[in-house]
Design a protein around this ligand. Sequence first.
Ligand SMILES: Nc1nc2c(ncn2[C@@H]2O[C@H](COP(=O)(O)OP(=O)(O)O)[C@@H](O)[C@H]2O)c(=O)[nH]1
Ligand SMILES: [Mg+2]
Length: 624
Amino acid sequence: MALETLFAAIVADLTLVRDAYEAAGLLRDSGHGSAAWTLFGGADGAERFRRDTLLADALVRNRVARLVFRRQGPSNIVVFGGNNVGKSTVVNVLAAATVAGTSPEGGHTRHAHAFTADPGALFAWNPYAFNRFRQVPSSQLAQSGFDGFAVSTITSDTLPPDITLWDSPDCDSVGSGRYLAAVVETATAADLIVYVTSVEKYAVNDLVEWLFDLTEAGIPILGCLNKTPRKDRALVMRRHEEDILPAVSRRLNRPAPSIRMVALRTMTEGEEADLWGADHPEAAELRDAAVAGAAPQDDAVAGRAALQAASERIDRVLEPARAELAVRAAWTETVGGAVAAFVATYESEYLTGDSVIDPFTKLNVQLLDLLNPEIPGLSEVMRGLRKIRRLPADLLKAGWRFISERTETVREADLAPELRAYAHAHRALLRAIHDRIDAERGAPRHHPFWDRLAVVWQQRAADLAEDFRRATERHMEQTDAEIRSAARDILKALEQRPGVLRLLRTVRLSTEMGGLLVGFAIPGHGHIGHDLLDRVVIAPLMMSATGAAADFAVEGYVAQRRSQIVEKLRAEARTIATGLYAAPLHAIGEEVFTAIGTLGLPQALLDRLPANLDRLRHAADRLA
Ligand SMILES: Nc1nc2c(ncn2[C@@H]2O[C@H](COP(=O)(O)OP(=O)(O)O)[C@@H](O)[C@H]2O)c(=O)[nH]1
Ligand SMILES: [Mg+2]
């Protein structure tokens, strides 16, 4: 791939990432409880992420671009620093004219503003510079959105014509989150940054960290100590170099930049223009140092340093997108696991459990009912089986309280085994989901998905329980119909065995366990338990001396019809679980993502972008 194509692909992907993050509000709000705050476990992490994301994108577009395009045009000197340190004043000192607006209040400058002799030449070499910003007339700058910037034409006697001066907004004041993108865009376009600080601000950690980020990205920095009385200057400069930078270096475990500092004369009572007047040679000293420092760098060196800095950040930048994909996978897995828990519980408690063989009891009873409705005890058993055929609503209440109370209620014991199995299966499913949500939210850093899910889940679980109740009842009716038709089929098959039919007609029934399990007794054979078909139908047939082929045919048919019922019930439990739970749970997941703002960045992009940065690095190393 040609270097330019590769570069364009990287820029396009970074743009998609940044668009997605901006749409989701991740770059705007890092306050308590915001998505970024939750995702990064606090404001520090959220702000670090915002800075890394803005930097990686802007470094690529404004500096890595030098590997691809020939940098031309004026050099940019960008004045950068904390709130109210006198940045705009320093722009004026450098221009030796009042060009930039200053104000005693903080946060006055909110847009990037260029002062240049040749506006047309500004970014003629780089189509990607300031591509997320709109140029507006400087008179409209104050009213423009945070994506506005202005370019004013100046003619200066003191400043070389190939120097463009940039005023930038504060990088640290409250609310700077909104215009931080403008700060980063301007800073990364710099050939030299004039870092303005003061006796009040020089020790602010957040500001000092910028010096590390910018230096590592290969951007030359000149320090300017402003608003500091002459008697304190030497001390402040020494402390900055000997204490502050090393302390931050130790904390960040990154090498300390070495920053040359020039101090400006303090404006006491007087006019701003005095600051660059004849008796203030500091202004000229600063200007000369800045112009010298802004001399064009080697493009390959500058581009590679920026590429290195962007590459080092890319994993942190992509973290929210990766986290989102991981959350999607986790939710799919949770739903799958919960549905599996539902089916497993239903199976073990109803279909394959050794104490409950309710479908067969029903089958046998139906069979007997068809044979002889007058069989003693049969009508009671039929009534018993039909007894509790509705799931009591409170058993299905899906609130946390219901799930955490793992006690068996009295009413539950009264339930027909099928319903009890279903109620337990329902609970197993809820518990699986609840446990996962709890575990995820328990982590100090977690995806906001889980918090929102907990809220939506509370609202929806009641509806789910109601749907479940209806579906279970419907299913029970279907099961009964299925069992009745199986009984009819078996009876038909048994017609070949009139002796067995005769025997069965004499059976007596007794009920156990609250009428839910049925015992069978045949006069002369004693109590034979509840699995009638195996013992009463199959066994005698096996022992019978008559035609083995026909016997096995009947036996085989009965066994097959029975296993069909089990298979059908198992399949239906799966269908119920999938239709009733899986689809709505996935829909809830999507709803939560929509509510919290889904990024929707595909895995392919997350793999491709770092790989392309690597490829560009190798290509640049080969060129060097
Ligand atoms: N006392 C004093 N005030 C200054 C000096 N430099 C700038 N200021 C004032 O500090 C205030 C903020 O300056 P400004 O350049 O707007 O700061 P910015 O927010 O960093 O751009 C303005 O009222 C300036 O006049 C200085 O050297 N001494
Ligand atoms: Mg300003």
